[in-house]
Design a protein around this ligand. Structure first.
Ligand code: NAP
Length: 310
């Protein structure tokens, strides 16, 4: 006989871990299912400065480690599996994973989002071979080399600043002539002598035989294209892409109400199906930060508690 959990949480990022902590603390039987490694996007973030109460020098991995230990301490179970099918209607929700099947009275979807690719030729083939979406993971490969960062938001500018600790030079390639990043982040960036800017520019193609060694960029105003080759002595350079995120919501298409791929919830994280909640970056919201993800997770867990007790 399969166990029926009070709540199953899909996803082990900040929203999922907060939901697991709150559910465990409320003495619900809770299972958190993560497909790879706990932490979600935040484990690829080098510095966390704005999570309330975070310690100096906090990184994504250090914060996630403590969140994860806390969820375990409160009794939440965790498992690694990839969910491939969901049945959300009815009193008992049913999830089919690659390793097993899971049943619960309520579900919290905290599947987050993944980095958006540029979508240009060569990007996919050269990912991990010069093209990266994670400065913390890959910065050290480009010690004293040229590094390019694509994007103009908070992530691009903050990660570019972090990358100046490694690269000979770091150039932000942005499609407009004004950054989207917060003014305080911009001020630090403009004061950094190792950081350069290529305005009104997009990456058209990435090339390399086994390793990135050339790219074509285009000026969006003049249409002029420029080829950037790796310096001969380096043989390569780094391209780090931070142009936003796309939600992990494919499993719920035609099952839950969505807007541009993000799950629609009310202020209490309820989706359109009773007993099914969404928390964190996968849902429609105005601010996607760790602090809002953990708040969503807490609210979703408490709503699930109310739902199963009613
Ligand atoms: P974002 O704020 O959506 O910025 C994406 C950037 O990439 C924008 O500058 C955008 O250009 C550019 N872009 C989008 N699609 C592009 C494309 N196809 N080609 C070239 N450029 C493209 O994304 P984010 O920086 O990843 O941040 C996501 C969320 O996390 C935001 O809410 C942000 O505030 C938050 N965040 C906060 C912090 C912090 O507070 N310390 C750190 C990281 C992230 P345009 O400007 O022209 O649209």
């Amino acid at each position: 006989m399969q166990k029926i959990y009070d709540v199953i949480i899909i996803g082990g990022g900040p929203a999922g871990l907060a939901a697991a902590s709150y559910a465990g603390r409320a003495r619900m039987s809770a299972l958190m299912i993560e497909k790879a490694k706990e932490g979600g996007q935040i484990v690829i973030t080098s510095d966390i400065e704005n999570y309330p109460g975070c310690i100096e020098g906090e990184t994504g991995p250090s914060l996630i480690k403590r969140m994860s230990e806390q969820a375990t301490r409160f009794g939440a179970e965790k498992i690694i599996d990839t969910i491939e099918e969901v049945e959300l209607e009815g009193e008992t929700k049913h999830l089919k994973g690659q390793k097993g099947e899971y049943f619960a009275k309520s579900i919290i979807i905290a599947t987050g989002a993944h980095p958006r690719p540029i979508g240009c030729p060569g990007e996919r083939e050269l990912t991990g071979k010069g093209v990266s979406y994670c400065a913390t993971c890959d910065a050290a490969f480009f010690e004293d080399m040229d590094i390019y960062v694509v994007g103009g938001g908070d992530a691009a500018v903050e990660e570019a600043m972090y990358l100046t600790n490694f690269g000979r030079s770091v150039t932000i390639i942005h499609r407009r002539e004004e950054l989207r990043a917060a003014k305080s982040i911009q001020e630090k960036a403009f004061a950094n002598p190792k950081l350069h800017f290529m305005w009104n520019t997009v990456v058209e193609e990435l090339r390399g035989d086994g390793i990135l060694d050339s790219m074509t960029v285009k000026n969006t105003k003049t249409g002029e294209t420029t080829v950037i080759d790796a310096p001969e002595e380096d043989g390569t350079f780094g391209v780090f892409v931070f142009i936003g995120f796309d939600p992990h919501s494919e499993l719920f298409i035609d099952k839950l109400e969505m807007q541009k791929g993000y799950i629609i919830t009310d202020d209490n994280m309820h989706t359109n199906i009773p007993g099914v909640y969404a928390a964190g970056d996968v849902r429609v919201k105005s601010l996607r930060q760790v602090v809002t993800a953990t708040a969503d997770g807490a609210i979703a867990a408490m709503q699930a508690y109310k739902y199963i007790n009613e």
